[in-house]
Design a protein around this ligand. Structure first.
Ligand code: SF4
Length: 421
């Protein structure tokens, strides 16, 4: 590979520069969208150590989870070279080891990988995080997390009868018992962790049981991922409205937490409250959703060196007219090559048009910034679109609930309103 070239900010594909996929000019691109692009920093590097997963959850979106290949040292070194020489990393870099089950690889694989990262990083402070199904966590993994201060996220859907409906081993056996063993190991070692729970149609009638489970789990925070239609998961169970209402489920969770004195930090509500109370639009754009809409803000590197950006779920996926979302490979390309890639530029133009459509039509735009490109693509067939089931459940609903509760509180304390008049 030729020497890595830094990315000049003016070279980042501003929406108005990108070719329109339908060959019509991209017009009306807002100042805000263009500014957001120009201010890009590379906030998150997602590394796929392996696509392999030991589980076979029925809603999984990963396309290649039987593949036991692993990222080589050469791919890892090349990825770090192009990222750290890009000029887009400030003093800190977050690395998430994801897109497969990392713990199917042995601890010594990560000891070696972390040593490579530390050597390449030089002055840059690197924060590592890892999302795991927890079934393989033991004392050795916990000691590794301690040594390297790894931020751990555990995927668990709730009590065993609910979790084991969907999160299964390949044999068909439920994984809940193994997950709880892994969580016990984390707690024994006093390693903080957050939980991610997928909410399916099976969850909707049971907010009380779900809340009680997470309230006593010992996690720092829980995030509810409403099952999405994306990639290999061609249809979310939530598309069937007779299964129940996500709104009723999430409202009940809020009310239970409130009645208990807010013992549980719930990502959807803390995020909504922050969005509602933040007047600085630039920091709103720094939310995970804002990052998904900005080129190179999130960079994903596959086990084989495939380079992708925007929503992490695009790595390894196919959708619409896109055969692949690999816009280059770290073994031969740098980020300047990525930005010259035709598919990247086509997708960038689509995303920019979608953001403009959202800005023109959606009352939630100021809190959302135009949504997640992957969900628009998988649900609507194009990123040049607006509302998705994902944004109704994950963006609009938490904002509605928190706003209604704030209004209720204010109506109970009219003196606060008068002070502001
Ligand atoms: S909530 Fe949905 S429709 Fe509204 S701005 Fe966000 S992505 Fe667009």
């Amino acid at each position: 590979m030729s020497p890595v070239r830094p990315v000049t900010r003016s070279a980042i594909c501003a929406p108005s520069d990108c070719p329109d996929p339908q060959s019509s000019p991209t017009t009306g691109v807002s100042e805000r969208a263009a500014t957001a692009v120009a201010e890009t920093t590379l906030d998150l590097l997602i590394l796929q150590p392996t696509p392999l997963c030991n589980l076979n959850c029925d809603y999984c979106y990963l396309p290649d989870r039987l593949n036991a290949a692993r990222m080589s040292d050469r791919v890892l070194r090349s990825a770090l070279d192009i990222v750290l020489a890009s000029g887009l990393v400030d003093t800190q870099l977050s690395i998430a080891w994801h897109a497969g089950e990392p713990t199917t690889l042995p601890v010594h694989y990560f000891e070696n990988a972390f040593a490579i990262v530390a050597k390449a990083a030089r002055g840059t402070v690197v924060h590592h995080s890892l999302q795991t199904n927890a079934t393989r966590l033991d004392d050795e993994w916990c000691r590794f997390f301690e040594r390297h201060d790894v931020r751990v996220g555990v995927s668990v859907d709730g009590p065993d009868w609910l979790h084991d409906t969907h999160r299964l081993h390949r044999s068909g056996r439920g994984s809940h018992r193994g997950v709880m063993r892994g969580i016990e190991a984390l707690k024994t070692h006093k390693i903080p962790f957050h939980a991610i729970a997928v909410v399916t149609s099976s969850s909707l009638a049971h907010p009380e049981e779900v809340f009680d489970f997470f309230r006593t789990l010992g996690c720092e925070r829980v995030g509810f991922n409403f099952e999405e239609t994306e990639s290999m998961n061609a249809r979310s169970s939530l598309a069937d409205q007779s299964a129940g209402s996500p709104r009723t489920f999430l409202e009940r969770i809020y009310d239970l937490n409130e009645a208990a004195g807010f013992p549980l930090s719930i990502r959807e509500f803390t995020g909504a409250l922050e969005a509602l109370t933040t007047t600085d639009l630039a920091s709103r754009n720094n939310t995970p959703l804002g990052q998904q809409n900005r080129p190179l803000s999130i960079l994903s590197v596959g086990f084989d060196g495939a380079l992708s950006t925007y929503s992490p779920e695009l790595l390894g996926a196919r959708a619409g007219s896109y055969e692949s979302f690999a816009f280059g490979n770290v073994l031969r390309d740098d980020l300047v090559d990525l930005m010259a890639n035709h598919s990247f530029r086509t997708l960038s133009a689509e995303i920019a048009r979608g953001i403009e459509m959202c800005a023109a039509t959606c009352g939630y735009y100021a809190f959302c910034g135009g949504g997640a490109p992957a969900n628009k693509l998988f649900e609507n067939g194009t990123c040049a679109s607006t509302e998705t089931m994902y944004c109704r459940n994950a963006i609009q609903l938490p904002i509605d609930i928190v706003l209604a509760r704030l209004e209720r509180e204010l109506s109970c304390a009219p003196e606060l309103l008068e002070e502001n008049e």
